[in-house]
Design a protein. Sequence first.
Length: 294
Amino acid sequence: MAKWRGAILLCTLLLTACTVETVQPKEQIQEEKNDENIVVTKDGKITFEIKNEIGVPQEKVEAIKDEIVTAYDHIKDSIHTSYTPSEHINVWFKEDGLSWGVASKIELTGVNEDIYPLVHEMTHSLLGYGNNFESDHGYFTQEGFASYMEEQYGKKEQFSFEKFMKHYLDSDKLIPISKLIDPNQDDVYFRPALSSEEQNRVLMEMSYTHAASFVKYLIDTYGLEKFEHIYNEKELAQKLEEVYGKSSSELEKDWLAFIQQQQGFTHEEKLKSGFFYDMNTILLQIDPKYFAKE
Ligand SMILES: [Zn+2]
């Protein structure tokens, strides 16, 4: 699942009337209709089928088909996992809700607004997530890496993960990594169920940003190969120590020292962002226990 991207935007669908001049057999029409929504990866291994149920113009569908082929190559060139992806993956365009990606199905929202997290969800579907797309192996490396890949190869976000992290650090609103990788506590952060929907959205977004920034730091500092050994691993705290020779709290300390040196939001960025003050107001309302070290 990709983090929630701001408020749900209302969109106007362009409904184009079409005139069929010659009568074609039903099957032929069906086949042509399917063809234009199907894209096969260059290696021929996977077929993606677009289910455009919100009437996105074909021109945009074609552009997204190209993006799928390119994203597939980037993901295949990243880390290798033991997971064998589905040979056929349906990509549904949806009006609202959250985007997500499982074995043979991806749901994307924000297509009309150009904020759909295609690379993020494809990373889940192609590299695997838990045993069978469940949270039994946690969320941290899977969501962190999917967000990292989206940042590298997908739609460009307005602000970097580091900028958000610097803000959380300066505001004393850091979520301890030990909690984000704890199987008994991770649901609270990655799938929050507080009484306030707004607070759920912000806490979830923060968890994703922590994971993404930490994963990016690990990859930039120690390389993709080492990261490959911790991706989707069950005993993550133990695995981190094994692979990096440092405990998760030591790695967290190093990462935060790096964040400390980053540039936070400037006054102008806060004003122009269109979300900063709303986000921050909600952030300050969240019970501080979620940010406590123990
Ligand atoms: Zn995700």
